[in-house]
Design a protein. Structure first.
Length: 389
């Protein structure tokens, strides 16, 4: 068995192209180990691999390159109480280097912490991958600038926290969590064709997505931002906030006693929710814009759905098969408010009893024109209210 205690420092400095390609491998077996790798180069690939076993290990990889030289860093830790940090910086004029930086961290054990940071200029690509198996894990992924960037986090265990923050163009962020009491925070700031996805399986999980930018110069062709949250379990909470043009929001919930909130504040936005279960609470708000659409499907009992649209030419459902609010079950409540002109709303409540539907279009102080509303109810003891000003 090879045991190393203390700090391993692998420092590579290159002054010529012949020595520009760097490679560093650190392998450690034992306890209380530390590994630090620093690589600085110019035009060629930098590669670093750190492997650690057992507990209380600390690994740090720092890579800096010029002229768009790609970088690859891999850290694998097995044990309890591990800490891993990877920092990559790529500057220079090597545009459209979509391979760019690649950072991979895998931790298996309890109480692990991981931090990944990447920065790239021009149109160089960046990729960060994090995998954690165990309890009380924390994963932070930061990505700045760059092009065709992607970050993904996979956490299997309890009490996991994943945080992603990205800027640049053509971004993709994914969080997959399995277990209970997980937290996922995803922030994407860009204006060209970005995707954010959070998948959680378990109970008492928390998912938050914040996206800004939207379609570039209001061009809605393949430039919109897309945010998706899927939760399978009970007592989960999800929140989506978007502030760009032409954004797409989607939330799918399977279980009971979950809470969902969607907020958008621009034009041409689309929001949809799909709820399967009982006693779920859904709130959807589209404010400060026009030509927004909202589609919602709820199946189960005792669910409450609230939709608010503030602007003109908004649509909550367009037909009997593409409904704004579609509830299938008993004791459900639906509330739909639209403020502005030329809005359309559709509510359908079927296969249940004691349902309540309320539609409000315009107000006494701010009347609106050319609005249309439709409510369809099948069952007994249903109540429908439509108020148009």
């Amino acid at each position: 068995m090879k045991k190393t205690i203390g700090t391993l420092l692998a420092l590579a400095l290159f002054a010529s192209l012949a020595a520009a390609q760097t490679s560093s491998t650190v392998s450690q077996t034992g306890t209380n180990q530390k590994a630090t790798v620093t690589q600085t180069g110019t035009q060629y690939l930098q590669t670093s691999t750190v492997t650690q076993s057992n507990s209380s290990n600390v690994a740090s990889v720092n890579q800096n390159s010029e002229n768009g030289a790609p970088q690859t860093a891999t850290v694998t830790q097995n044990g309890v109480g591990n800490l891993s940090t990877v920092s990559q910086t790529m500057i220079g004029s090597n545009i459209y280097n979509t391979s760019g930086n690649i950072a991979y961290i895998e931790q298996i054990g309890n109480g692990n912490r991981s931090n990944q940071t990447a920065y790239s200029t021009n149109w160089n690509g960046e990729n960060e991958h994090g995998v954690q198996h165990g309890n009380n894990n924390s994963l932070v992924q930061n990505m700045y600038e760059g092009y065709t960037n992607s970050v993904d986090a996979t956490q299997i265990g309890n009490n996991n926290i994943a945080t992603q923050y990205t800027t640049g163009a053509w971004l993709g962020g994914t969080v997959n969590q399995t277990g209970n009491y997980n937290q996922a925070y995803q922030t994407i700031n860009s204006n060209i064709n970005n995707y954010g996805t959070i998948n959680q399986t378990g109970d008492n999980n928390y998912a938050v997505q914040n996206m800004s930018g939207g379609a570039y110069n209001d061009n809605l062709t393949n430039n919109e931002n897309h945010a998706t949250i899927t939760q399978d379990g009970n007592f989960n909470h999800s929140s989506q906030t978007m502030s760009g043009v032409g954004d797409h929001q989607t939330v799918s919930v399977y279980g009971s006693s979950n809470t969902t909130t969607q907020t958008a504040s621009s034009d041409y936005d689309q929001a949809s929710t799909e709820i399967h279960g009982n006693n779920n609470r859904t709130s959807e708000a589209q404010s400060g814009g026009s030509t927004n659409t909202s589609y919602n499907y709820v199946q189960g009992n005792g669910n409450t759905l609230t939709v608010t649209q503030n602007g003109s030419s908004n649509v909550s459902g367009t037909s009997a098969t593409d409904l704004g609010i579609n509830q299938v079950g008993s004791n459900d409540e639906a509330s739909l408010s639209q403020y502005g002109n030329s809005n359309t709303s559709t509510i359908s409540q079927t296969a249940g009893n004691y349902n309540v539907a309320n539609v409000y279009q315009g107000t006494l102080s701010t009347p609106s024109n050319l609005n249309a509303s439709s409510v369809m109810q099948t069952g007994s003891s249903n109540v429908a209210t439509i108020i148009q000003h």
